[in-house]
Design a binder for this molecule. Structure first.
Ligand SMILES: Nc1ncnc2c1ncn2[C@@H]1O[C@H](COP(=O)(O)OP(=O)(O)OP(=O)(O)O)[C@@H](O)[C@H]1O
Ligand SMILES: [Mg+2]
Length: 319
């Protein structure tokens, strides 16, 4: 029985390497590449596994890269439910230029999904028995699926009493919010888009925008991630401004997914959404400490969370 299921409609194989200089028109001899599974929900499941949870990762997989993706996720001990598709699972490439330490991230669009493939995904979610407590849907939509795709999943989750945590952006996020979602985790620009604003100007604007989302939708909680600024969590029951613990930054890649995993780990332990959001901030900061695309580690997350509690940082609440 799985209490947490993650869904990734456009997962990836992430290939990363590094090279002295990135210059055009020349062959760039890169170092031995590292190959890892990727995509929002897949990463959330991997991080949850590190925390000792036992999630089920549901994701699309096609062709030899899809097969490889299944192997890579299984190698980390994560239970998988791959949904076979005709297209080839995409591969993304990240190259770090050693001279500048800048990362260049090349993201492919991923294969389109047909109506029949989409219906298979819905069938898998409908047949989860017993229904999980949490469904984490994360990542962009593959080409071919309409903007109301996550909304359809939200209806399904709501009908089955499953709490959906959604991390995506733009029209698919808006549509799911209109359908009713337990929790969303936008960053600042994703929140600004939702509110029809070009950007969020200051703390007051942030506060108003986050409250508007909860007030105007069937949405229990919003956690707005603010990078090095931490997060603002707003629920029907109150709000918490959570500063991030200071860390020595290595790579920001994986911060958002690690944060979502930290939040869900907290929720699974029966914590309130506000308490869980603080654990999410610790997990996001822990991911920033790890190099490349590595996710947060459990010991770093726990240490940072304990530090935040000692400094009573999560108590910087605004009522
Ligand atoms: N420089 C930093 N120092 C400490 N913590 C950080 C830093 N950057 C990010 N974090 C942590 O990670 C969380 C998520 O980061 P961020 O707000 O950048 O998410 P995101 O924009 O969704 O990221 P992603 O690009 O991974 O989707 C933050 O709320 C914070 O807890
Ligand atoms: Mg994000």
């Amino acid at each position: 029985m799985k209490r947490i299921v993650t869904l990734t409609l456009s997962p990836t194989i992430d290939v990363s390497s590094h090279v002295d200089y990135v210059v055009p028109e020349r062959k760039l001899r890169c170092a031995e590449p590292l190959t890892e599974p990727g995509g929002g929900g897949v990463n959330v499941a991997r991080a949850l596994k590190r925390f000792g949870a036992d999630p089920l990762a549901v994701f699309t997989a096609g062709g030899h890269t899809g097969q490889r993706l299944v192997e890579l996720v299984e190698e980390e001990g994560v239970a998988v439910e791959p949904i076979a598709i005709d297209g080839l699972t995409r591969e993304n490439v990240t190259i770090r230029e050693d001279a500048s330490t800048l990362q260049y991230r090349f993201c492919m669009p991923g294969p389109s999904l047909s109506r029949a493939e989409w219906e298979r995904i819905v069938g898998v979610l409908e047949s989860l028995d017993p229904a999980p407590e949490f469904l984490v849907a994360s990542g962009s939509l593959p080409p071919g699926l309409p903007d109301d795709t996550y909304a359809e999943i939200a209806w399904l989750a709501n009908a089955r009493g499953i709490k959906m945590i959604l991390d995506t952006s733009g029209p698919p996020l808006q549509a799911a919010l209109d359908a009713g979602t337990f929790m969303i985790k936008p960053n600042l620009s994703e929140l600004a888009w939702l509110e029809g604003d070009a950007w969020i100007e200051d703390e007051e604007h942030l506060w108003d925008a986050a409250h508007a989302v909860v007030r105007e939708h069937d949405c229990h909680a919003i956690v707005v991630s603010l990078g090095a600024g931490g997060a603002l969590a707003v629920t029907e029951a109150g709000a918490l401004r959570i500063p991030a613990p200071p860390v020595r930054p290595e790579s920001k890649v994986g911060a958002g997914d690690s944060m979502v995993a930290g939040i869900v780990w907290g929720l699974e332990q029966g914590w309130t959404a506000l308490e869980a959001a603080a654990l999410g901030v610790a997990a996001g900061a822990a991911a920033v400490m790890t190099p490349g695309s590595d996710l947060c580690r459990r010991d770093d997350t726990e240490r940072l969370h304990a530090q935040m509690r000692e400094r009573r940082q999560p108590l910087a609440a605004i009522s």
